[in-house]
Design a protein around this ligand. Structure first.
Ligand code: OGA
Ligand code: NI
Length: 368
């Protein structure tokens, strides 16, 4: 959605860059030109910002899982995972095995990329047909608000989905570090899915991974510049993830992510070098609603730019999604989601940017 001509001043040689930025929704560029200007489309409705209160006192209750214990099959840690997915849908993992240098390397490489001039970054501009690249990978309907962030989206696995034309070649170590980071978070995802297979009563640890047919990974790097109206603008609007699970790396000392818990917004306060994990819609469906793909959002900050890294793991599009039989029990005596393929699920959801949990609501069986 292009800003109206009177919303941004355009001068001389900036015209070409400006034209590109309109298609890419470039927030970083907008702030560079005038940090005191926020177009109306980014100002959230007052009632949306005030209908749920913030509950920072609950932050310490967000579960923290030790992956090294989990991978050894510690009963207490498995129980904690089960409760975390049921009560919160979010957790942080420590001792996850991804080296600090890899985490820091990814942060440095992304910061280096976003610092490049717009015309350099636009060499990797998003193509809506591919849903990859730098910019906004989907269209936002006129009636919805815009997010105060730019993104770089890369398909990582399966490797035949990689389109190297979207992979920055500056900084020069970018590709290598994305590969190292992705290898690391994939191992974390597999370990978690292995443990989830056990707590979901599957026959063996590989069951959930096998069900993906071919595990896919899309990396989305979110860049949220400073915002002079942090109380009125969000860098990522409330949504749930269409993934199986998502692994998020945030800044070590800047909070931005908030999750919906008991109707309130609870900040996920970063634990240095930890990774944030959340249950996506696929696990919610497989678990027949026991595990929750909860709504979350990211706020803006007046003084600091925030870069976050979301790794979305999801199944092959032909995989049929349906609640597992063993998840139909006295707690939930019928399957609350209808059977559909992952491709159908995404197809129905992605045609528009939907608010909050609207897409998973569409997959529900009508109550009789
Ligand atoms: C996402 C997301 C949260 C964040 O990209 O889906 O929820 O803190 N990101 O960036
Ligand atoms: Ni998300």
């Amino acid at each position: 959605m292009a800003p109206k001509a009177d919303e941004t001043a355009v001068k001389g040689q900036d015209v070409a860059a400006y034209a590109a930025s309109m298609t890419a929704q470039n927030v970083q560029e907008m702030v560079r030109r005038d940090p005191s200007f926020v177009p109306e489309r980014y100002i959230q409705k007052k009632e949306d910002m005030t209908k749920a209160t913030d509950a920072p006192h609950l932050s310490p209750e967000i579960p923290v899982i030790d992956l090294s214990l989990l991978s050894k099959g510690h009963e207490d840690e498995l129980k904690k995972l089960d409760l975390a997915c049921e009560d919160w849908g979010f957790l942080q993992v420590v001792n996850h095995g991804v080296a600090k240098e890899v985490l820091q390397g990814m942060k440095d490489a992304a910061a280096g990329f976003f610092e490049l001039p717009l015309e350099e970054k636009n060499k990797y501009a998003v193509d809506l047909n591919d849903g990859q690249g730098y910019g906004l990978p989907y269209e936002v309907p006129q009636e919805l608000k815009l997010d105060w962030s730019d993104a770089l989206v890369l398909s990582i696995y399966p490797s035949q989905n990689q389109k190297l034309k979207y992979w920055p070649t500056a900084p020069k170590e970018f590709k290598e570090i994305v590969e190292a980071y992705s290898t690391g978070v994939k191992k974390v995802a597999e370990e978690l899915l292995g443990s989830l297979s056990l707590v979901m009563g599957m026959m063996d640890k590989d069951a959930l991974i096998r069900l993906h047919k071919e595990m896919a990974l899309v990396l989305r790097v979110n860049y949220a510049p400073t915002c002079c109206k942090p109380d009125e603008v969000l860098s990522i609007s409330p949504h749930s993830d269409m993934s199986t699970i998502t692994i998020l790396m945030q800044d070590d000392d800047l909070h931005g992510l908030q999750i919906r818990h008991d109707g309130k917004w609870v900040p996920v306060i970063p634990i240095p070098n930890a990774l944030v994990v959340n249950v996506g819609d696929v696990i919610e469906i497989w678990s027949n609603g026991k595990y929750k793909s909860i709504e979350h959002r990211a706020i803006t900050n007046k003084d600091r730019t925030r870069i976050s890294f979301a790794s979305f793991f999801f199944p092959h599009e032909d995989v049929e999604l349906e609640p597992f039989n063993q998840m139909v029990d006295s707690q939930q005596p019928r399957k609350i989601y209808k059977k559909l393929t992952y491709g159908e699920y995404v197809g129905r959801s992605i045609t528009s940017k939907l608010d909050g949990k609207a897409h998973i609501e569409m997959a529900k069986n009508k109550s009789k």
